[in-house]
Ligand binder design. Sequence first.
Ligand code: FAD
Length: 506
Amino acid sequence: MTNKSIIIIGAGLAGLSTGCYSQMNGYQTQIFEHHATPGGVATCWKRKGYTIDGGIHFLMCHRPGQSIYELYRELGTAQSNRFLDMTSYCRFIDEASGRSVQITKDLDLLAKELKAISPADSRIIDDLIAGARAMQGTDRGDMGMSQPQELLGCLEKVKQMWKMRGFFKYFTGRYARSAADYGKAIHDPWLRYIIENMFLPEVPIWFNLMLLGLLADGQLASLEGGSLNFVLPIEKHYRNLGGQITYGAAVEKILVENDRAVGVRLNDGSEHRADIVVSAADGYSTIYKMLDGRYVDGEIENRYKNWKLTRPLIMISLGVAREFKGEPDMNTIKLEHPFTTGSKDVNGISVRIFNYTDRLAPPGKTVVQVMFETEWDWWNELQKDRPGYEAEKKRGADQVLERLEAHYPGISSQVEMIDVATPCTWWRYTRNFRGAYMGWLMSSEIINAQIKKTLPGLGNFYMAGQWVTSGGGVVSSLYSGRHVVQILCHGEGKEFSAVSHALASG
Ligand SMILES: Cc1cc2nc3c(=O)[nH]c(=O)nc-3n(C[C@H](O)[C@H](O)[C@H](O)COP(=O)(O)OP(=O)(O)OC[C@H]3O[C@@H](n4cnc5c(N)ncnc54)[C@H](O)[C@@H]3O)c2cc1C
């Protein structure tokens, strides 16, 4: 068994996953995390007796029998969590027309309701529903995620494609077009809005079909107790496996000797050495700050110059002294009267109602969370003027409350807690480039891109996490850590293990 040491930068999902699998394979690891808690963007925080869930909206494949479930189990989080089956994905509300539709797991009902909105679009609705059905029953882990692409030979790739033969057509041709592009063929503007905004307008339409297929299969879940409940068992698992973790420790530089990573220097000036360094932190900071941009090629430069980032968010969480029984957990409201924050018009808001868990709010009370997209530059500039920044946060919350009043009369007077997170908040706590909380924008152009987990010319160094995946997400971030360790083991000619020996024997 090897005794090689690894320093991991970042205790987000990817850093913790890298840590767990490294420990399972005999490496000795030390994680340095900039923030005071694990989880990165998958986190919760407390305000005035309420717990705000600032991360994960839904998990996929939480039921046994799927490779992704095994991933959760290997990391010790499947056993410790209660995943709450989602029967509805989202309710869409159009303020102007008063119409609403709920995306439920019953695909027949969904087809009927969508056709009621627009009979003229029946053909395209049938097409969508047929696609969602085709996506049902698939093991997403075997769709190329459970093995790193770097280690797949031609035969394995052919085998993978064979497994996907039933729905392969949905990854190509018109289903590979973005939801916005696909939506152009839809006559009814409201139906078009729903299809475009099921996730992001830029994702390939097959991604929406996959979400509908997962929902219909009962393979989408929310997390009882919030995102941190998903993370903490992984952190505990890592420690039980013998891993070390230091919080409040920001890495400033990756130490390099003879083009090999040999350790890190922290913000307190201390230096720490290891045989291998893995950065599971923000990609831009890693490549251009911690390594001073010395290990890049045209591909990397092009990516950081031209690829689009996830648009940053404003998240307004309200602690409300009231229950919202019967209200769907997730709502998208198309506003009749847009408002402005920064220099951007807000035409629609997501409203998350945390009905499903009483652990986030005191009895009889609820956290209502509103999110909408915003811009980095404007907030980043404004934060230099602290009173102006705080005033704009308040103005955002006031405008949102005014809009919510129309849907939940009386809510303004029942609000006990207001918490506003801006793109700068994400930067401050997680260091994600320009507040891009999910890394690269998951668009049809890049979703199949393979991003290398190494840098040209730099030995003993790897990257994990959402900046080396094409669009972020829980599953791909967790897998990226596993992949790094699979690659490491392969490089050393030893078999990769996903068994927790220390725990099994202990
Ligand atoms: C509101 C929201 C909703 C989401 N919903 C979903 C969802 O429904 N489904 C889904 O699959 N995904 C969702 N995601 C995305 C998913 O949570 C992320 O893609 C994933 O958690 C990213 O993990 P990561 O470890 O790659 O990155 P991060 O979480 O960014 O972790 C990086 C870590 O590195 C640390 N770090 C950075 N710089 C340094 C440094 N210099 N030194 C030391 N440490 C450093 C950071 O503090 C952080 O802890 C959501 C995210 C958000 C914010």
